[in-house]
Design a protein around this ligand. Structure first.
Ligand SMILES: Nc1ncnc2c1ncn2[C@@H]1O[C@H](COP(=O)(O)OP(=O)(O)O)[C@@H](O)[C@H]1O
Ligand SMILES: [Mg+2]
Length: 221
């Protein structure tokens, strides 16, 4: 009889094989960087490989600090806009350092990268994404607002459900970004809501997290 495959092993095997893929991309980036005109594209490739490695747990994660996580997610969205030739995005984030988040940095990077990428995909011209954080009693409230076309009204009430998407040619992997966002936020007893701006066009996402969870988890690490 065949030995059954250990689930841990399948995950390790996947990481192993993905590392080979990452290695190839890293080598390609190395080759590109020898030519001045491709140097910045090579840096984009290296950053994307690092992101991929962090996501699958192939390199160590770190304790999340809101400002640092937002910086990484901004870089990720800007890399996407440049390589996918999307309109440029300006980011306005006025965050003080030292605002702790619970859990791991890679999870929060997924949250903000998904929010920023959605805005980037919705923009039809250069746009602005504003990020703000404020403490409201025992909650940390994080706002992400853009000045794109806004979320289509017909999907607004179910936008966090899986497979809700307006992307053309949707597959079963479409419409998962905001579901991932909501799942991660919920894991830390938080809430996320989606809406559209009232006075101008654009989407607004509001994340509300119990401040105590963020602080005590950061202190444990
Ligand atoms: N910032 C935004 N501006 C406009 N529409 C948005 C924005 N964020 C999300 N959406 C809408 O929500 C849908 C679901 O997003 P998501 O769950 O990330 O799935 P996907 O990006 O695969 O479509 C998108 O297809 C889009 O219609
Ligand atoms: Mg998405």
């Amino acid at each position: 009889m065949e030995d059954s495959i250990d689930p841990d092993l399948t995950h390790e095997c996947l990481i192993h094989d993905l590392n080979n893929v990452f290695e190839t991309i890293t080598e390609a980036a190395e080759l590109l960087s020898s030519d001045r005109q491709w140097r910045s594209l090579a840096a984009t490739l290296r950053r994307s490989v690092d992101r991929g490695k962090r996501l699958v747990g192939a390199i160590p994660d770190h304790t999340p600090d809101l400002a640092a996580v937002i910086d990484d997610a901004i870089q990720s969205a800007q890399d996407f806009c440049i390589t996918a030739r999307k309109p440029r995005i300006e980011f306005l984030a006025n965050l003080s350092a030292g605002i702790p988040l619970p859990g791991s940095a890679k999870e929060w990077e997924r949250v903000f990268a998904n929010l920023f990428l959605n805005a980037a995909q919705a923009f039809r011209r250069p746009g602005l994404i504003e990020i703000a954080a404020e403490r409201e009693e025992d909650n940390l409230k994080i706002l992400v607002a853009d000045n794109g076309p806004g979320i289509p009204e017909e999907i607004l009430s179910r936008v966090f459900r899986p497979n809700v998407s307006t992307k053309p040619g949707s597959t079963r992997r479409s419409g998962l970004g905001l579901h991932i966002v909501a799942s991660i936020v919920r894991r830390y007893d938080g809430k996320v809501t989606a809406g559209n701006r009232e006075k101008s066009s654009g989407a607004v996402f509001t994340i509300s997290l119990p401040f105590a969870t963020a602080r005590s988890q950061a202190a444990e690490q």
